[in-house]
Ligand binder design. Structure first.
Ligand code: SF4
Ligand code: MG
Length: 298
């Protein structure tokens, strides 16, 4: 298995390389712990050292991971993680890039960026921390919170209709869609690894337990309902079936790689001026001596 666009795996990378001294501040039982662990394990198993990866975080509880996981890290404005991640990737296509975002930001403030990231087919991985609410701002309803669900911002029940996030994503003709559950680290790890070597934009929906504010899709409920599509012979090339499996969550929740198509050229491959180039934009930046200019300000 090779990382797209020329990154050479490093030997001897371990979990310790990704550790930081910062203590975790997530609530007990938060699904962020599982996602954090799975992300680390995936990077280690791919042989990526922290200096070989860019980790981009949106604002939200998950964003606190930005100082708990080594690597080049960016913690941006609410809903804006994808433009930054895509820009960094375009500047240095050799760098694997993961963007982490929550359901609140990604399907409200940042929904335009999500749409254009899918249709642009940027070769990056997007991990959706889908806990069905704005946890950091203490249990506000997001557009993925079920309608009529009482929340702190809607004690009488959410008035708006729930956005069907998976149907929406499939309407954009994605090339990689997966779903995991924050209680299954092993499965998340294998999804992340596949997403990181995907040719283009990989959308990874992680159903995340938020025991403090999400009382409708609890860890127990998710554990009882999720199943792995690979155990039931699902063909991830079957777009129609993948979409149906993704949407139909009434009794059972399909997880795993739902759809994967490696035949579609990604954004960088489509850029005519970059064709045939072996260098990246960051390598092409000219080094200019500005010491003389700086003297004017001394
Ligand atoms: Fe996790 Fe929810 Fe607590 Fe945020 S509020 S840290 S998402 S359990
Ligand atoms: Mg959320």
């Amino acid at each position: 298995m090779s990382i797209p666009l020329h990154t050479t795996p490093s030997a001897g990378v371990s979990m310790k390389d990704y550790s930081t001294q910062t203590r975790c501040s997530w609530c007990d039982g938060c699904g962020d712990y599982g996602i954090w662990t799975a992300a680390k394990e995936a990077l280690v198993e791919l042989g990526l050292a922290p200096w070989q990866v860019l980790l981009c975080y949106d604002v939200g509880c998950h964003g606190n991971m930005s100082d708990k996981l080594q690597g080049y890290r960016f913690h941006g404005l609410h809903g804006r993680v994808l433009p930054f991640a895509a820009g960094a990737k375009l500047a240095n296509p050799k760098l694997p890039v993961i963007a982490f975002g929550g359901d609140g930001a990604s399907f409200s403030e940042g929904i335009g960026h999500l749409v254009h990231s899918v249709r642009s087919h940027y070769p990056i991985t997007f991990v959706l921390h889908n806990n069905g609410n704005y946890g950091l701002t203490t249990g506000q309803a997001s557009s993925l919170t079920p309608q009529n669900q009482p929340m702190n911002t809607a004690p009488n029940g959410v008035a708006e209709a729930t956005l069907n996030s998976m149907d929406f994503i499939f309407s954009l003709e994605p090339t990689f869609v997966a779903r995991g559950f924050s209680g299954d680290i092993k499965q998340m790890k294998s999804i992340f690894k596949a997403a990181l070597v995907h040719r283009g934009f990989a959308f990874v929906d992680i159903l995340q337990a938020c025991p403090t504010y999400n009382h409708f899709a609890t860890h127990t409920m998710l554990m009882e309902r999720y199943y792995k599509v690979e155990d039931e012979g699902h063909d991830p090339l079957d777009f129609k079936k993948a979409r149906a499996l993704a949407i139909n969550t009434g009794k059972r929740i399909a997880t795993g790689i739902l759809y994967r198509n490696e035949t579609v050229p990604n954004f960088i491959e489509r850029l005519v001026p970059r064709q045939g180039k072996t260098t990246t934009l960051v390598e092409e930046v000219e080094k200019v001596d500005i010491s003389k200019l700086m003297e004017e300000f001394v």
